[in-house]
Design a protein around this ligand. Structure first.
Ligand code: SF4
Length: 61
C-alpha cells in the first residue's frame, strides 16, 4: 500500500499546497510538475489525501 498522485486529476499548474501538509516531508515537487510521494518516508497518515482539493491523492492497493 502506498499513497500516490493521480496525474489525471492533479492540474500541475501550481505549487502543491500539500508539501506543507505532510508531517514527514515525503512529498516533493519540481516546479509545478506532478508531486511525488516518497514511500520510504510516508507514514500513511492520510493527511494529503484528505486535504487535496482535487482529490488527486489516493491509496494504491
Ligand atoms: S499520507 Fe501522510 S506521510 Fe504520507 S505523503 Fe501523505 S501526508 Fe505525507
Amino acid at each position: 500500500m502506498a499513497y500516490v498522485v493521480d496525474a489525471a486529476k492533479c492540474p500541475q499548474n501550481h505549487r502543491c499546497p500539500l508539501l506543507a501538509v505532510c508531517p514527514v516531508g515525503a512529498i516533493t515537487q519540481q516546479g509545478f510538475s506532478l508531486p511525488r510521494i516518497d514511500a520510504s518516508l510516508c507514514i500513511e497518515c492520510g493527511k494529503c489525501a484528505r486535504k487535496c482539493g482535487m482529490q488527486a491523492i489516493y491509496k494504491d492497493a
